[in-house]
Ligand binder design. Structure first.
Ligand SMILES: [Zn+2]
Length: 365
């Protein structure tokens, strides 16, 4: 089994390297716009990306100075977007990233855990915060500049992993129900909340945006304030990813089977409508992280039936309480009289339903 993964690192290009990177962003953007305008004009495009690239380089000789792989990749991207009928990047959406493949002619390498070597740039200082796995092959590097002015390299690596022969123990399972105002509640009665610092950062961002709106557009102070806001945003994003990574690793390490509801992102958004801005798509990210961390260990994520009424069903006697209102956090089962915490009962039902569906076994409690 081949595993593909991105490893992202902060890089610190010097003035000369920054110039080259910025020129490459501009060139890649230029190629993108050329491709779009060619399409609009009805120009017959060459089938092979390499021929399109050759034509552009002939028409616009300055492209010859630019990393050829970055240009090729942008053309691949355009061709791909066309095939899948995806929306093209709009013209004013500036693209502050480019990807370059690790090719014999233009190698991408990590040197002494200190430098990233990329064609045209040479040795760029990097914060090698986590080592790539042994025997991993570097496939490509994507260089990007974030709104806070920091540069990053996302390095795509591939490595061979033996197919997991892990034996799953269905007893080591957890049911998870996401519910506002908590992030999620599990079948053991644990409630996991999003840390409070997100709310605080939200307030800070709003305060700084108010300040920004009072400034003269385009002035130096305006630009400084914009950068300040971008930095807070980046900080919040890092904090959130850190929280989601830790939480998903913890669950993936502790359990063999995670049981969840089969919700799509829209349903998640509608559940979080009140707190949507704070939560945004954190749960979606969490699900994805958890999924790959479980799969990597040969473990499983199971989903309930789409229409399984996890909240309304009494986990004790199976009675379906159709009269249950959304604001009833605690309810008494009309069938057996058991007192339920809405979320914990739902999480228990989710676990039960999944294990019954996949393992055909009855679960107690
Ligand atoms: Zn009951």
């Amino acid at each position: 089994m081949i595993i593909n993964k991105y490893y992202k690192y902060l890089i610190k290009p010097d003035v000369r390297q920054k110039q080259i990177i910025d020129d490459t962003f501009a060139a890649v953007n230029f190629v993108h716009n050329c491709y779009l305008s060619d399409l609009e004009k009805g120009i017959r495009m060459e089938k092979r990306a390499v021929d399109i690239a050759a034509r552009y380089k002939k028409e616009y000789p300055f492209l010859k100075q630019i990393d050829g792989s970055a240009i090729m990749n942008e053309i691949f991207h355009c061709q791909d977007a066309g095939k899948k009928h995806r929306r093209y990047r709009s013209e004013n959406e500036s693209m502050n990233s480019y990807c370059t493949a690790n090719l014999p002619k233009s190698p991408v390498r990590i040197l002494n855990g200190e430098y990233l070597c990329v064609t045209k740039l040479g040795k760029v200082k990097m914060a090698y915060s986590r080592p790539i796995p042994e025997k991993a092959v570097i496939k490509a590097a994507c260089i990007m500049c974030c709104p806070d002015g920091k540069y990053y390299a996302s390095i795509l690596i591939a490595y061979e992993k033996k197919k997991e022969t892990y034996v799953i123990d269905p007893d080591k399972s957890i049911g998870i129900d996401y519910s506002s105002p908590h992030f999620f509640v599990d079948d053991k009665g644990n409630r996991v909340d999003m840390p409070h610092y997100f709310e605080e950062s939200e307030k800070r961002i709003h305060k700084e945006i108010k300040k920004l709106n009072r400034m003269v557009k385009g002035s130096n102070n305006y630009k400084k304030q914009k950068l300040k806001i971008a930095k807070i945003h980046a900080h919040v994003k890092n904090q959130r990813m850190d929280f989601l990574h830790k939480l998903s690793s913890d669950i993936a390490n502790r359990y063999d089977v995670v049981c969840m509801e089969d919700l799509n992102m829209e349903q998640i958004a509608s559940r979080f409508s009140l707190a949507k801005r704070t939560y945004d798509n954190a749960f979606g990210i969490f699900q994805n992280l958890l999924k790959y961390k479980m799969e990597e260990q040969g473990k499983k994520i199971l989903y309930t039936d789409r229409y399984y009424p996890s909240s309304k069903t009494c986990g004790h006697c199976g009675y379906i309480n159709n009269g249950l209102r959304i604001d009833e956090r605690i309810w008494i089962c009309p069938g057996c009289g058991m007192i339920h915490d809405r979320d914990v009962n739902a999480a228990k039902n989710i676990r039960k339903n999944c294990l019954e569906r996949y393992y055909g076994r009855r679960v107690s409690g």
